[in-house]
Design a binder for this molecule. Structure first.
Ligand code: M6R
Length: 612
């Protein structure tokens, strides 16, 4: 969603901010803008469309600003256009603001301001906020910083904001509640951003602002206070992210790079946590909770999108191996359903970004009702990671493509590690099984690499389906969530309508859609549902459907039945999703590229959905 980049220091602010905004493009946006303090004058430039268009506006201007704020906007209040783009001026045009999030009570505040004679140019809640801050400043004759604090005490909603002030050229004021904000600390310079990606080429020292905190950089010093005006310590962390991890590295798209990174990202996720020599799994992040987890009455996974699909795989893993009752909830439904939480329940959030608003709120609710809350996150230091009692990072590295690929396989890897460790601690699997599962897990990266060698064949198959209007994905058991994930991948990047179902559900409705124009993707590996899935394939072929099947290596029977078969190596049934999802990611990718789609930034989508 929206992206923030701001700078105060000794460098030219404009090029640095533009570069930073480009680094945040992956989050999804529809307009971009910048406010610069040039020769003590505050100027705003903004434009609907891509950051490159904003850059174009700036290219002939002589800019020397050392302080500036920049923003990419993903529209919530008001359509995407130049006027609604951020930054927004205050009434006197001496302050300007950028904002991520939603001010829920903006309409009431706006009415009060209208009654006082204020007028508004945009349809945004953000313009209301900056005019409200200036109004407070005027009436209390206080500093901007104090006016921000007083205003935020009146505000309901979520925000990460940065404010620039013409009267204080070397000052920036930032605050957060519910939307992430990272402050990079350099030599006599400070960077503000929605995540660390625009900052890492300048400094690795960062402070993650907490909810209800206001950070003020003034005269080269950083000061943090909470909304009650109490001073807070700036907890400086060193981030490990390297620049190459956020660049394309020769691939045409980030998504393709991330698909091909999976042998490494899964290995990174396993590294230091698993040893077949000693037959041991060590999950440092949750080791203190493992015994309690093994006695859990119930585990509830809360997540959205792809992470929800990973949760469904987790359900099969924990129920099969650890014999613990599992529920998998859409975070957005869980939080508004007055859920029943009992003592001994574990609520586990799964989130790549660790910032998804619904998942965060579901977790807060579960915590307030006494559940033990754990997190499975990719982004280190994210809001969910910091809220949970404990958790396991997926260590997949930055995922820039909006369509999640390596984050999914890393989430499933963590879930497998957790389920196997819990099952071992509980005694629902014996030592032999424990060792066998560990050996199987260790072999997954090589098996994924083996599947990726078929990329060219999958590309050839995708050429024949480029102009399909619909797709059905079918799988059973632990491969049912993979069918859902395959359908989501295809629809989000190619805009082809796609549905995923458990294969047996086909006869209860979707079979009516089958004809010679309907491509059906089956996940039909040799597992406990194999014979049943074979029957489902025959039912589709009998109705002339075109079948692409993901099959186990050497399966000649299904190959003889279907139009196209893509082989995956044999694996323990519970670990198969880590393999069967790979051909579906590639199929979606190649179809989307052939359709000329913007694969890394599909229309209307944001990488991290920080509003509900
Ligand atoms: O960051 P999160 O894992 O919490 O994000 C959840 C979903 O928004 C995300 O998985 C989304 O569905 C992706 N676009 C899927 O590719």
């Amino acid at each position: 969603m929206c992206g923030i980049v701001a700078y105060v220091g000794h460098r030219e602010a404009a090029p640095l901010i533009i570069k930073g905004l480009k680094r945040l493009e992956y989050r999804g946006y529809d307009s971009a803008g910048i406010a610069l303090l040039d020769e003590n004058q505050l100027n705003i430039y903004k434009k609907k469309g891509k950051v490159a268009e904003l850059e174009n506006i700036l290219k002939d201007k002589k800019l020397h600003a050392k302080t500036g704020i920049g923003h990419t906007r993903w529209a919530t209040h008001g359509e995407p256009n130049d006027v609604n783009a951020h930054p927004h001026y205050s009434h006197s045009e001496t302050l300007a603001i950028i904002h991520n999030g939603i001010i829920e009570n903006y309409a009431a505040i706006k009415q009060v301001l209208i009654n006082k004679g204020y007028t508004f140019e945009s349809a945004t809640d953000t313009e209301v906020l900056i005019k409200f801050i200036e109004d407070i400043k005027k009436h209390n004759a206080c500093s901007t910083e104090e006016a921000v604090r007083l205003a935020l005490n009146e505000v309901v909603g979520a925000y990460a904001i940065v404010i620039i002030d013409e009267e204080n050229p070397d000052q920036l004021i930032a605050a957060r509640k519910g939307s992430p904000l990272v402050i990079g600390i350099g030599e006599n310079e400070y960077f503000f951003a929605s995540d660390a990606t625009p900052i890492i080429e300048y400094t690795k020292e960062v402070v993650y602002l907490d909810d209800f905190e206001i950070a003020v950089v003034k005269n080269g010093k950083l000061n943090i206070r909470n909304l009650q005006n109490q001073e807070k310590d700036a907890f400086i962390e060193t981030i490990e992210l390297e620049l190459e991890a956020i660049e394309k590295g020769g691939y045409e798209h980030f998504m393709l790079k991330e698909i091909f990174e999976q042998p490494r990202s899964i290995a990174d996720c396993l590294r230091g946590r698993i040893s077949s020599e000693n037959a041991h799994i060590q999950l440092g992040g949750i080791s203190n909770h493992l015994e309690k987890l093994s006695k859990a009455k119930r585990i509830v996974f809360v997540a959205c999108g792809t992470s929800w699909h990973a949760g469904l795989v987790g359900e099969y893993l924990f129920e099969e191996l650890a014999r613990i009752n599992v529920e998998v909830e859409y975070a957005s439904e869980f939080r508004y359903r007055n859920p029943i939480i009992k003592e001994g329940d574990f609520v586990i959030a799964i989130s790549q970004s660790g910032e998804t608003a619904d998942t965060l709120a579901a977790l807060e609710l579960a915590k307030s009702r006494g559940a033990t809350i754990l997190g499975i996150c990719n982004v280190v230091g994210s809001s969910i990671a910091r809220l949970t009692d404990a958790g396991v990072y997926t260590h997949a590295g930055p995922e820039i493509g909006v369509a999640s690929t390596k984050a999914f396989t890393a989430q499933v890897t963590v879930l497998a590690l957790m389920a196997i460790a819990t099952a071992h601690s509980k005694g629902t699997i014996n030592e032999d099984e424990y060792r066998r599962l560990i050996i199987e897990l260790e072999s997954i990266p090589d098996k994924v690499a083996d599947i990726l060698t078929q990329a060219e064949e999958i590309k050839d198959i995708s050429k024949l389906f480029t102009f399909a209007s619909n797709f059905i994905f079918l799988g059973r058991g632990v491969n049912f969530p993979v069918a859902l994930e395959g359908a989501l991948k295809l629809k989000e990047i190619s805009y082809i309508h796609a549905e995923g179902y458990p294969a047996a559900e086909m006869k209860h409705g979707p079979i009516a859609l089958i004809d010679e124009d309907m491509p059906v993707v089956f996940i039909a590996t040799k597992d406990s549902s194999y014979e049943k899935v074979v029957s489902n394939i025959q039912e589709v072929k009998a109705r002339k459907g075109r079948v692409i099947a993901v099959v186990s290596k050497g399966d000649k029977d299904i190959k003889g039945m279907v139009d196209f078969a893509i082989e995956v190596p044999m694996a323990h049934e519970m670990l198969q999703p880590l393999l069967t999802v790979i051909p579906l990611q590639l199929l979606s990718y190649y179809i989307a590229v052939l359709r000329g789609r913007n694969v890394d930034q599909p229309r209307n989508l944001a990488k991290s959905v920080t509003v509900e």
